[in-house]
Write a protein that binds this ligand. Structure first.
Ligand code: ZN
Length: 133
């Protein structure tokens, strides 16, 4: 599958504005921008840390999976994302290996990326994202 680095760590938050204060002003991470990702019903703020990023996720709709997560667990770490060169090839490979997938094919993610999630039951309950830029 050729995952080559941690692309980002996704963190569920109630408000990207409020949570940005910690990452920008306390940790001093470089702020890369905010965007809405309609396919995931979230507003996303990105911070750069070395070759990786921190992704803050705020729901934009009550039926967003992030809204459901916040209701059940509150704010906190949501997923880990691995960078891959070919998301669609990686998904095909995992399906062939009978790995349970949330996404049977990549969908649009933040920053024009293609993303696909592995089901947490297949990854030791760590929600895992594949991310191609
Ligand atoms: Zn992500």
């Amino acid at each position: 599958m050729n995952a080559n680095k941690i692309d980002h760590i996704g963190i569920a938050v109630n408000s990207v504005e409020e949570s940005s204060i910690f990452y920008r002003d306390v940790l001093g991470l470089e702020f890369l921008g905010v965007e809405e990702v309609p396919s995931q019903k979230v507003k996303v703020a990105m911070f750069k840390i070395g070759e990786s990023k921190i992704e803050l996720l705020e729901p934009t709709s009550p039926d967003s999976s992030i809204a459901v997560f916040l209701e059940k667990k509150g704010e906190g770490m949501h997923h880990i994302a691995y960078s891959v060169t070919d998301a669609s090839g990686a998904v095909t490979e995992l399906i062939e290996k009978e790995v349970r997938m949330i996404d049977k094919e990549p969908r649009p993610g933040a920053g024009g990326s293609k993303i696909a999630f592995i089901h947490p039951k297949a990854s030791g309950r760590v929600l895992t994202e594949l991310c191609e830029h």
